[in-house]
Design a protein around this ligand. Structure first.
Ligand SMILES: CCCCCCCCCCCCC/C=C/[C@@H](O)[C@H](CO)NC(=O)CCCCCCCCCCCCCCC
Ligand SMILES: Nc1ncnc2c1ncn2[C@@H]1O[C@H](COP(=O)(O)OP(=O)(O)OP(=O)(O)O)[C@@H](O)[C@H]1O
Ligand SMILES: [Ca+2]
Length: 586
């Protein structure tokens, strides 16, 4: 196949002559009329060619075509380091070539187009795009139409665009509507929007496979459609942790060339409900921050800093029982100081382990999470006490606020999650822990912090305080439309929490046929709450006792993981995907 696609000839760029070669994997050009010393070859991996057009074409700032019959234009991925983040920024490179004849020009175009079809089989042809016009700084529409749509058009991708009019529209569409012909689903928004398409696609896949997704014993079916994220939210943690930068053009280019990164997903179960998380399942501090921040959505992305400070000052800890099933310590550790980068060897090796050629592992679980045993793969460990926060993350969960993330050595696709337990401690110690997230200092090297690599986690309240008890935990302020209602209900574990459990939809709660949004539970209350809430990738969960299970590589994103900026000089263009990139960062 390689010999068929090979093409070599002289080509001109402006008035300079180049020797151009297309081999199976690369398109290279070297200036010929130049002394050897200064000779420079530009080498573009065919898989990173975005498009090949007849004539002299420009895309930005506006499309223009000069339809000459001896010229062609090649668009490809160009990289540069990014200021604050660890990944690489991608932009659209463009070179206009001139040929001595039209025949040769047509031959180049044909060969290049065939080569890129052959070498990037996962390039999407048709995408379903959901834009949240209200996410982050409310720029979703503008970002898509000015930066992304022209690139999709250049790459020959046809998109069906839906600007959402309500929360959960994207999820419901994916659960119910015809998805025939789409290669992938893209969301333009933040983590909340990603969560919608995650739930929609996982739910749809299980429905079609005839599986009951809320049954924790079921081995879920991996989703056939790829997911893409064009970042336009407040935290954009999933994008940051999987691409390494927050940049709509970089993300659009990863989608166009059909990059593919598997991702672990955590299912969170309570009774017959299930939710999914890829980033944070957090109780205590992160749950309280989320509840507080819902009151201040008008602040935009700043709401998290404000709410974080308010919650920090309220100095709370919560009692609980945490049980976890450790992952194999021989495979990796959350404290091994490695980072999961593009081509990570730990994730690559896990693929075979996660998808052995055997069928469903059978019934692992009986009701109320009591007899879980995973083919005798290790024993459950149980700890009880008071915690500042409990966090479970399937990935590093890095974001601009914390560039290495909640667990810097977590892997995107190794089938495990990292459980971080922060025991009750002096407020200044807790501040030290939080502050370490903003630097390269090890947040786990503190006596009140534990981190475990796990396959499953169970959380329950200490005996005598079980869910369903009648202890009052505070009051709930609600908003009905634009109107804020003060303390419409008294929250008790038996009353409201159970009631909410039946009716919470995303961030909105159906309460006695009225749409209400919980905006505060705790801070305004006379009593200090004895239970917190769970934060599931930025959504409040309406239940306290949960069972979590990590599903290795359940979904695929159009990305390749974080490219290592420090290795940039070792290749002229592009990265060697076959090379292991699990490197030491200290
Ligand atoms: C002294 C400085 C301390 C800075 C501490 C920074 C810690 C940052 C850790 C970031 C972890 C992000 C995890 C990602 C979760 C996402 O799936 C989810 C959906 O978008 N986001 C949130 O739930 C939103 C969660 C947002 C959490 C923000 C916490 C901000 C804390 C600020 C504390 C200030 C204390 C100041 C005391 C005087
Ligand atoms: N048209 C809409 N009107 C109101 N809410 C919407 C609409 N479309 C989507 N949503 C909801 O808005 C919520 C927030 O959206 P999104 O995640 O895009 O932005 P964000 O919250 O600012 O960012 P992040 O989640 O990264 O913090 C999501 O949970 C989503 O369900
Ligand atoms: Ca993982």
């Amino acid at each position: 196949m390689e010999t068929d696609l090979r093409l070599e000839s002289s080509l001109w760029i402006g008035n300079k002559r180049y020797r151009a070669v297309l081999t199976g994997w690369h398109f290279k050009w070297t200036e010929v009329d130049k002394k050897n010393a200064g000779k420079k070859t530009v080498s573009v991996p065919v898989a990173e060619v975005v498009g090949v057009e007849e004539g002299r074409v420009e895309i930005l700032p506006q499309k223009s075509v000069e339809d000459t019959d001896k010229d062609f234009t090649v668009f490809y991925v160009k990289r540069r380091r990014s200021g604050g983040s660890c990944g690489l920024l991608w932009s659209l490179g463009r070179t206009q070539f001139s040929c001595p004849s039209r025949v040769l020009r047509d031959q180049w175009i044909k060969h290049l187009r065939t080569a890129l079809k052959t070498h990037s089989p996962l390039r999407p042809h048709r995408l379903l795009v959901f834009i949240n016009p209200f996410g982050g700084k409310k720029k979703g529409r503008e970002i898509y139409h000015s930066l992304v749509a022209p690139l999709f058009e250049l790459a020959g991708i046809s998109s069906h665009v839906i600007v959402t009019e309500r929360a959960n529209q994207a999820r419901d569409h994916l659960l119910k509507k015809d998805l025939t012909g789409f290669d992938g689903v893209v969301c333009v928004g933040g983590d909340g929007m990603f969560s919608e398409i995650l739930h929609g696609l996982i739910g749809r896949t299980q429905q079609e496979a005839g599986l009951c997704e809320s049954d924790p014993t079921v081995t879920l079916q991996p989703c056939p459609l790829h997911m893409g994220i064009i970042p336009a939210g407040s935290t954009d943690c999933v994008c940051y942790a999987t691409v390494g930068v927050i940049d709509p053009v970089t993300s659009a280019l990863h989608i166009i060339i059909g990059d593919s990164q598997p991702l672990d997903v955590c299912s969170v179960h309570h009774a017959s409900s299930v939710r999914y998380s890829v980033s944070l399942v957090g109780y205590g501090f992160y749950g309280d921050v989320l509840v507080e921040s819902e009151k201040h959505r008008w602040m935009g992305p700043l709401r998290y800093d404000y709410s974080g400070t308010v919650v920090y000052l309220s100095n709370r800890s919560y009692a609980g029982v945490v049980q976890y099933l450790p992952a194999d310590p021989l495979l990796s550790s959350p404290r091994d100081k490695t980072r999961c980068l593009s081509g990570c060897s730990v994730c690559s090796k896990s693929t075979e382990r996660l998808f052995p050629h055997t069928s469903d592992s059978g019934s692992l679980y009986s009701s109320h999470f009591s007899q879980y045993s995973n083919d005798s793969e290790g024993e459950w460990v149980s700890v009880e006490g008071r915690f500042r926060c409990i966090s479970l993350t399937c990935m590093s969960s890095s974001c601009a606020r914390s560039p290495l993330g909640l667990s810097p050595s977590a892997h995107l696709a190794d089938g495990t999650g990292d459980l971080i337990l922060v025991w009750d401690t002096h407020p200044l110690n807790f501040l030290k822990f939080l502050h370490r997230h903003t630097s390269t200092q090890d947040q786990f090297d503190l006596p009140f912090v534990e981190v475990h690599r796990v396959k499953a986690v169970r959380f329950s309240l200490p005996e005598g305080r079980e869910e369903g008890g009648h202890e009052e935990i505070g009051q709930l302020n609600c908003r009905i439309g634009d109107e804020e209602r003060e303390c419409v209900d008294t929250v008790s574990r038996n009353g409201s929490q159970q009631h909410l459990a039946q009716s919470v939809v995303g961030r909105e709660i159906m309460n006695e046929h009225k749409m209400v949004t919980p905006i505060l539970c705790g801070l305004c209350c006379k009593k200090t709450p004895t239970v917190s809430v769970w934060n599931c990738d930025g959504e409040i969960l309406p239940f306290t006792e949960i069972f979590c299970k990590i599903h290795g590589q359940l979904v695929r994103l159009y990305t390749r993981g974080i490219e290592d900026g420090s290795a940039m000089n070792s290749c002229s263009q592009g990265s060697d995907k076959s090379k292991s990139r699990c490197i030491l960062y200290e």
